[in-house]
Design a binder for this molecule. Structure first.
Ligand SMILES: Cc1cc2nc3c(=O)[nH]c(=O)nc-3n(C[C@H](O)[C@H](O)[C@H](O)COP(=O)(O)OP(=O)(O)OC[C@H]3O[C@@H](n4cnc5c(N)ncnc54)[C@H](O)[C@@H]3O)c2cc1C
Ligand code: SF4
Ligand code: SF4
Length: 408
């Protein structure tokens, strides 16, 4: 592969240099010169108005993907309880399948699932593939990857999606590696290119400062993981009036996968299961989240944040700065590398509003910020801002709430 600048048309305007993230372009003698830092990302080609840059030597192949069709969702469950993100993905999957004029499939490995699956049919699923066996009782990626690979090879979905949960983040890359396709992790948006009918997989990159849209050009299925709570959970209206827990009502759309459990060996041995301390906290179960950041000054002051949260029936969240300082455990972290939340009310106390924090909470219905710096970026997205010392403001808020005067 080679990248060339046409010296006869290059005006030295340096637009390409501004777009190159890799310091690969210098303007010398009024012309763009590309150095060895170039990774052939192609950003400069789109930037140049004079069409002066060209990458040559890319061998385009005409792949035949006609055997692949439909959107398949990995339905994640833990001890029979379906993960919320799976419903969100089914909702998104239905839209993608409609845009392609194709079908929506689910694949669900687990144990004793039959009576626990009826809710899945409220999301417009055309066919649910189930692998029900004791070998899937615990979520072990070694075992799960084998059944997913078997299903993908047999049913050949064009698109395969899973949740970017701790389990999904381990499992799906393994599956993608085995079947030799790509995987875009942690997508925040998915859509179908109307002309090429391919999946556009959008995710934040460069610390959340840029949104990259990625395509899978040379392999199928097009695989992506999506973080919980990024996409809406939208049951298909009037799709099902069969309100029942009896799976037989849906038997026309269920297929039990055939496999030999003896082939599903794992190198892991499960000795015991322990719940991580604080892991039981699920921020998304609450309408009100009160988060503390570095501005609260130390671990003990989280008691003040908790008191405010308790007075509103909410839960305590945190910025990464507070988590990294070991003031509070990771399950409380909100943001790009923590939880994505969208409560009715989000109160940020002593949090500056870094882009990575905003990535996890900016879709909250109402954002209230308490910060002593009037120029803190959090105020740019806050519906209500209180400039001042949180140690004065929060006790006053708590007092007012407890006196029944509300937060106003
Ligand atoms: C790849 C990557 C991923 C990241 N992921 C996350 C993530 O998931 N979540 C996340 O939160 N961050 C994340 N970060 C870190 C992020 O960039 C910020 O460093 C972090 O959010 C800062 O936390 P903070 O706002 O608590 O601290 P600071 O930025 O230090 O802000 C503290 C704020 O408290 C205010 N303050 C101080 N004292 C008081 C007081 N007495 N009363 C009122 N206000 C006061 C200050 O004015 C200041 O605005 C990530 C960074 C990177 C590079
Ligand atoms: S953007 Fe195009 S014209 Fe401008 S310096 Fe770069 S290569 Fe030359
Ligand atoms: S292809 Fe990408 S890395 Fe190479 S010079 Fe252009 S923008 Fe920079």
């Amino acid at each position: 592969m080679e990248i060339k600048v046409d010296k006869t048309t290059c005006t030295g305007c340096s637009l390409c240099k501004n777009f190159c993230m890799y310091d690969a372009i210098e303007i010398t003698g009024g012309k763009a010169i590309i150095n060895d830092n170039c990774i052939f990302c192609g950003a400069c080609i789109d930037a140049c108005k004079f069409k002066s840059i060209e990458i040559t030597g890319i061998h385009e192949k005409n792949f035949d993907f006609s055997a692949y069709s439909g959107v398949m969702i990995f339905i994640e469950q833990h001890e029979g309880t379906v993960a919320e993100v799976s419903y969100e993905l089914l909702s998104e999957g239905r839209k993608l399948a409609d845009a392609l004029g194709s079908k929506l499939y689910g694949i669900m490995p687990g144990y004793e699932l039959k009576e626990k699956i009826s809710g899945i049919f409220n999301y417009g699923i055309d066919r649910l593939y189930i692998a029900d066996n004791e070998i899937f009782k615990h979520n072990i990626d070694d075992i799960y990857s084998k059944i997913l690979v078997q299903a993908i090879n047999k049913y050949r979905p064009d698109i395969f999606l899973g949740g970017a949960t701790s389990f999904g983040r381990t499992l799906l890359p393994k599956v993608a590696a085995i079947i030799k396709t790509g995987l875009t992790a942690d997508c925040t948006a998915l859509s179908i290119d109307p002309e090429k009918k391919i999946l556009l997989q959008t995710r934040p990159t460069f610390g959340g400062n840029v949104l990259a849209t990625i395509i899978t050009r040379n392999a199928r299925p097009q695989m992506a993981t999506v973080r919980p709570h990024v996409m809406a959970k939208e049951p298909v209206q009037n799709a099902e009036n069969r309100q029942t827990d009896n799976y037989l009502k849906y038997s026309d759309r269920i297929e039990f996968l055939e496999f030999d459990p003896l082939n599903f060996k794992t190198k892991y041995k499960l000795l015991s299961r322990e719940k991580e301390l604080g892991q039981s906290i699920n921020l998304s179960d609450y309408d009100v989240i009160v988060s503390g950041g570095r501005g609260i000054g130390g671990p003990d002051n989280f008691s003040l944040i908790k008191e405010l949260a308790d007075s509103l029936g909410g839960v305590v969240g945190a910025s990464r700065a507070a988590v990294d300082s070991n003031w509070i455990s990771y399950p409380h972290q909100v943001g790009q590398t923590g939880k994505t939340v969208n409560p009715k009310v989000y109160i940020a106390c002593g949090i500056s509003g870094a882009i990575q924090h905003l990535a996890g909470m900016q879709t909250s219905d109402i954002i209230i910020a308490i910060n002593r710096d009037p120029d803190a970026p959090i105020f740019k997205i806050a519906n209500y801002g209180i400039v001042g010392d949180l140690f004065e403001i929060i006790p006053r808020l708590i007092k007012k709430i407890k006196n029944g005067k509300g937060i106003t």
